[in-house]
Design a binder for this molecule. Structure first.
Ligand code: PMP
Length: 387
């Protein structure tokens, strides 16, 4: 069985396994308790916060621990929008894109139902948001721009650094949030012109149930849950101390491996691209070259459907997804691919390969053999399901 769904979740790094077990065994006190074990747990959390702040190049108090990226994204959008709505007498406006992860997209849809003006920016054929489109969308009442860094379905790298510097010079009062879940460890990240940044533990060799929202000091944001003063009052609830030590270790390991991982992933991706694009029935949806993160390759075989292909590959021991696990259940058409190509057939026949640097050359060869074999047998059987 071969797993090619590293964008959905990753196994724990061995050292993360050790760290999390050790924390569960030794540091079980509540980090908000006033007794000695509680204070020790709190010290451990703050040491981790400091190490993460150093990695991200931000201040220690700007690192907020959450239960995962979905919560971080909700907190960023609702936390900023709620404060702005209460402060301003007129309706507020936020800008995002049409290819965001569902935790941003659906939060924005919800805000829109509450009277917030929302602009969902289109993307070009490569699945990339144009900086000039962001620039043109800014209005007097815009309070927040939120753009995904690396798209979780296509790997498209959004020009977040350019958008950030454009906003700082042309709209300095507008906050910039970036969902960096699929970017960390896959490309260099510079948070200088970002006000909020989202990360998730289980996408980088850490555990599920822990995430980060980086919130710069100057950001006016309110909590979206109540009942505790933890995490500077922004995220009430007992701190997940083992999760905190584990995500810290996962980030340290990910950063130390970054150069060698990128080199390996790029080779795998190029090899897959080269052999798959030789087949004229296969469409590569991911953008090419420097526009694409090294670990994702999305393709369509429009003569079939995503579900049929995943089933076929699964029977051959290849496990991957067609879209984000958060939106794949029941959705036959990928919103992200549809936004890019406006073609129902292509967006209902897409599959996403997401790679790990721990894959071997033999794994890649087997994957290629299965995909090309699948396309051949599906085209010969002429069993083309209608959509
Ligand atoms: N954003 C992106 C880009 C993602 O890929 C995911 C995971 N599918 C999330 C947010 C949500 O992450 P979590 O599972 O930590 O809630």
């Amino acid at each position: 069985n071969l797993y090619f769904d590293y964008c959905s979740s990753t196994p724990l790094f061995p050292s993360v396994q050790e760290v999390i077990l050790d924390t569960y065994q030794r540091v079980y006190a509540n980090s908000s308790s006033m007794h000695l074990p509680g204070k020790e747990a709190n010290t451990l959390v703050n040491e981790c916060r400091e190490r993460i702040a150093k990695i991200l190049g931000v201040k220690q108090r700007e690192v907020i621990f959450t239960s995962g990226a979905t919560e971080s994204n909700n907190l960023a959008l609702f936390g900023v929008a709620n404060v702005a709505k209460n402060k301003l007498s007129h309706p507020i406006h936020i800008i995002t894109s049409s290819v965001e992860h569902s935790s941003i997209f659906e939060s924005a849809v919800h805000l829109s139902s509450e009277g917030v003006e929302v602009t969902f920016l289109p993307v070009n054929k490569s699945g990339i948001v144009e900086v000039t489109d962001v620039q043109r969308a800014i209005k007097k009442n815009t309070v927040l721009v939120s753009i995904i860094h690396v798209n979780n379905e296509t790997g498209a790298i959004q020009p977040v650094e350019e958008i950030g510097s454009m906003l700082k010079s042309e709209a300095p009062g507008v906050y910039f949030h970036v969902d960096g879940v699929q970017a960390f460890g896959k490309l260099d990240v510079n948070l200088a012109n970002m006000d909020l940044y989202t990360l998730s533990g289980h996408k980088i060799g850490g555990p599920k149930g822990i995430g980060i929202l980086m919130v710069k000091d100057h950001v006016d944001i309110a909590p979206i849950q109540y009942g505790g003063k933890q995490e500077s009052g922004l995220r009430p609830g007992t701190v997940n101390v083992p999760g905190v030590t584990a995500i810290t270790e996962a980030m340290i390991v990910t950063i130390s491996k970054q150069p060698s991982s990128i080199a390996k992933l790029k080779n795998f991706q190029n090899e897959l691209r080269h052999h798959l694009s030789d087949n004229s029935d296969i469409i590569i949806n991911s953008p090419s070259g420097a526009l694409c993160a090294p670990h994702i390759l999305n393709l369509s075989y429009p003569k079939s459907t995503s579900a049929l292909m995943l089933n076929f590959l699964g029977k051959n021991g290849i496990h991957l997804s067609s879209q984000s696990a958060c939106s794949s259940k029941g959705n036959k058409i990928s919103r992200v691919i549809m936004e890019m190509c406006q073609n129902k057939q292509i967006s209902s026949s897409s599959i996403r390969i997401s790679l790990s640097a721990d894959h071997s050359e033999e794994d890649i060869q087997y994957l290629l053999q299965c995909i090309l074999g699948m396309v051949k047998s599906m085209s010969e059987n002429k069993k083309f399901p209608t959509i």
